[in-house]
Design a protein around this ligand. Structure first.
Ligand SMILES: Nc1ncnc2c1ncn2[C@@H]1O[C@H](COP(=O)(O)OP(=O)(O)OP(=O)(O)O)[C@@H](O)[C@H]1O
Ligand SMILES: [Mg+2]
Length: 453
């Protein structure tokens, strides 16, 4: 640097001397060139000022007093020309700085991401307005203090966030994490946060910059998907079990009920065969009557078993008569009055939806019998375009929840599944002491038989 300064000093003295002797444009151009040279050499304004002072001492001070003022003016003009490249560069720098600041502000204000910029040495931190908005605050409401954010991290996630931050600052592992924050409203929101630190030569972090993105909606969707997959898994396990239990029940009924009746029938037939001739005529009529009664019972039992497996009446007479007969049986068995508002004449139910709709009503009525303690049920089936609405409402004790997802409750889950398969949904309205009302909204498009082309 010193040699450069010395070289420049000599050139400056030479140039100024020539300019003082004959002020010319070329002389000024030379001054400008020297200024560029000084900048390129990395000299500062103080160096230049010193150099100029030295030149004045050598060239202007010794001159005759009468000449000094003119010489001083010329030297100043020369010096100003030398400073011009410095001024231009400062102006350019300022313009570039303003542009880059404007760009930064535009980026910060338009971004979806909330930015943060932290100095781990002084603990100073900057949060962009969007950062504060994600937390539910206006720009002026949240101070630029680290605690303002880290204090709002969900208690269960604080350790994880602190560990990842430490791992980044100390071991330089990536800082890329999702965690929960408590927003101003108290609502829990999920954020995705990434950051990058800068380390000085001695390995100390002196700055860390990053962003957060609000990913609450995505997290909620993932959560809902996980829950529904879990429910589906439980439901399918349950269906397997029910199938096995059903087989066991049918086997038991066939064995205990039909088996015994058939054995009795066989014995009675055999008795009839071996009866003494003189008894036979007398025995004939009574024994035959007994056999007929047994056969009637058998037929009855077979009907019951078959009806449980699949209500034949559904196929023979259709959905509404099958529901009517179900309701009659329900009222007779549990002594609960059912008021029917069935106005479905305008709907011709297709074959595919019948069993689903029948099972939904059946499960709802079973729930009424099991859980409600009701004395009365209102059953509505009506057409409200573009839906068919099936509503089963009781006047019982109701429930505090809308069908809890208990480990062993599958009735409502199965109904929801059936409704979803038909493109519809189940809505529940209940409260303790206020009865339980279940509504199935089923699109007519999927339950009505298509008119023959
Ligand atoms: N009509 C009703 N009145 C009061 N509570 C009801 C009624 N229907 C359902 N519930 C409540 O909703 C819960 C869930 O019903 P769901 O049919 O899914 O299961 P469940 O009847 O308990 O068992 P299952 O799997 O055998 O049907 C019930 O346990 C009960 O607490
Ligand atoms: Mg149930």
């Amino acid at each position: 640097m010193t040699t450069r300064l010395e070289a420049l000093s000599a050139a400056y003295l030479e140039g100024l001397r020539a300019y003082l002797e004959a002020a010319s444009e070329t002389g000024l151009a030379h001054a400008y060139e020297l200024g560029r040279q000084a900048m390129a050499d990395g000299l500062g304004l103080l160096d230049i000022a010193q150099l100029h002072r030295g030149a004045l001492d050598t060239l202007v001070l010794p001159a005759a007093a009468a000449d000094r003022e003119r010489l001083l003016d010329a030297a100043t003009a020369f010096f100003n020309e030398l400073l011009a490249p410095f001024e231009l560069s400062i102006e350019g720098y300022r313009a570039a700085l303003t542009a880059s600041e404007e760009r930064f502000h535009l980026a910060v204000s338009g971004a979806m991401a909330g930015l943060w910029d932290w100095n781990p040495q002084t603990d100073e931190i900057y949060f962009s307005p969007q950062f504060k908005r994600i937390m539910g605050y206006e720009d002026s409401e949240l101070p630029n203090e680290r605690e303002a954010h880290f204090g709002a991290v969900h208690a269960d996630d604080q350790d994880r966030v602190a560990q990842r931050m430490k791992a980044h600052l100390e071991d330089r592992l990536a800082y890329d994490i999702e965690y929960r924050v408590i927003a101003k409203s108290g609502e829990v929101r999920w954020v995705h946060s990434r950051g990058q630190a800068l380390w000085n030569a001695s390995g100390k972090p002196y700055r860390m910059v990053g962003w957060i993105l609000d990913v609450t909606d995505r997290k909620r969707d993932e959560e809902a998907l996980r829950t529904s997959q879990e429910e589906m898994r439980r439901l399918s396990v349950h269906i397997q079990q029910v199938r096995e239990q059903e087989k066991a029940r049918i086997a038991r009924e066939l064995h205990d009920d039909l088996g015994q009746q058939l054995t009795a029938l066989k014995m009675a037939t055999s008795l009839l065969e071996h009866a003494e001739d003189n008894d036979r005529a007398r025995a004939d009529q009574g024994a035959l009557n007994g056999l007929y009664a047994m056969i009637d019972n058998l037929v009855q039992s077979v009907r019951h078993i078959a009806a449980d497996l699949h209500p034949v009446i559904l196929d023979d007479l259709g959905l509404i008569p099958a529901i009517d007969s179900l309701v009659d049986e329900f009222s007779a068995r549990y002594g609960i009055r059912v008021i029917r508002h069935i106005d479905a004449d305008a709907i011709s139910f297709n074959r595919e939806c019948r069993i689903d709709m029948f099972r939904m009503v059946q499960e709802a009525l079973t729930n009424v019998a099991r859980h409600s303690g009701a004395t009365e049920v209102v059953l509505d089936i009506e057409r409200v375009d573009p839906h068919c609405i099936v509503r089963i409402a009781d006047n019982g004790r109701g429930a505090a929840h809308h069908g809890a997802k208990g480990r062993h409750s599958f009735g409502l889950l199965g109904m929801r599944e059936r409704a979803a398969l038909l493109g519809g949904e189940i809505r529940i309205s209940t409260a303790p002491g206020k009865g339980f009302a279940l509504t199935a909204l089923l699109p007519l498009a999927s339950i009505e038989a298509k008119p023959a082309p």
